[in-house]
Design a protein around this ligand. Structure first.
Ligand code: SF4
Length: 244
């Protein structure tokens, strides 16, 4: 572990979620930390928190071009409530054209390789580009969503992107998230009312039944160990069940 990471862990060990957001903004500077929002419940909580601390804090979202209408609805509601603008990250036009010209509009159903190629072009490349502009990113990761249930810290070094990562809601339960949303009248993605625990691309996400693993709704035609797109990985392993 680097000295810097140890220092950050010492500084943040007793902080609650809002305090950790404040710490992140003051430690890295508001232009060098950004919240990655998938427009799901946890990210809506963090949107409220980060904009409360700094109304010009950076929040970005990936528009893969295959989103649900409900995503745009919650974006619009959030912009109206908090009077800010998202940094929207689109994939490179030429890369999407090449993808579709090669495999057609629904190539992700053809094979794991084609699905990963689509995730690379529409999600991972734009994410890498955006994260190259910051020293730290904030995510709505919760330990209950962890595949391994290992101790994911609230501050960590993200080897995938070579920057720090903070997870202010890491110790929150799902109930805490929804209580906070209700108490603070935070706009939320209406897909959650329709059986979608996590928000992904429309053709690759479906509702889950009560009690079904949340990953059951993502890339349901693949086996569980194949379901990852690289957003939340650690030591080569998937960290989050609901990969954004
Ligand atoms: S989730 Fe599906 S549509 Fe979205 S980038 Fe990945 S393969 Fe493409």
């Amino acid at each position: 572990m680097s000295e810097k990471l140890q220092q950050y862990l010492d500084e943040t060990k007793d902080l609650d979620a809002l305090q950790l957001v404040e710490w992140g903004l003051s430690t890295f500077g508001k232009n060098k930390i950004a919240l990655a929002s998938s427009l799901g419940a946890e990210d809506q909580v963090l949107t409220q928190m980060i904009l409360k601390v700094d109304s010009h804090a950076r929040i970005f979202t990936l528009d893969t071009g295959r989103q649900f209408q409900e995503n745009y609805d919650v974006m619009t509601a959030s912009i109206e409530k908090y009077d800010f603008n998202y940094e929207v990250c689109f994939p490179e036009v030429e890369a999407v054209q090449n993808l579709m010209n090669r495999g057609g509009p629904n190539l992700f159903y053809n094979s794991i390789e084609d699905r990963k190629a689509c995730c690379e072009v529409r999600k991972m490349a734009p994410l890498r580009k955006k994260l190259s502009t910051v020293d730290c990113w904030a995510t709505g990761l919760r330990s209950q969503q962890s595949v391994t249930r290992t101790d994911t810290p609230s501050v960590e070094w993200d080897d995938n992107f070579g920057i720090f990562k903070i997870n202010p809601l890491i110790n929150w339960s799902e109930n805490s998230v929804w209580d906070f949303i209700k108490e603070n009248e935070i706009p939320y993605n209406k897909l959650h009312d329709k059986g979608f625990p996590s928000i992904g691309c429309q053709p690759c996400t479906r509702a889950v039944k009560e009690g079904e693993d949340v990953r059951g709704g993502r890339w349901w035609w693949e086996t569980p160990e194949q379901k990852e797109c690289g957003l939340h990985m650690k030591d080569g392993k998937l960290v989050r069940k609901s990969t954004d």
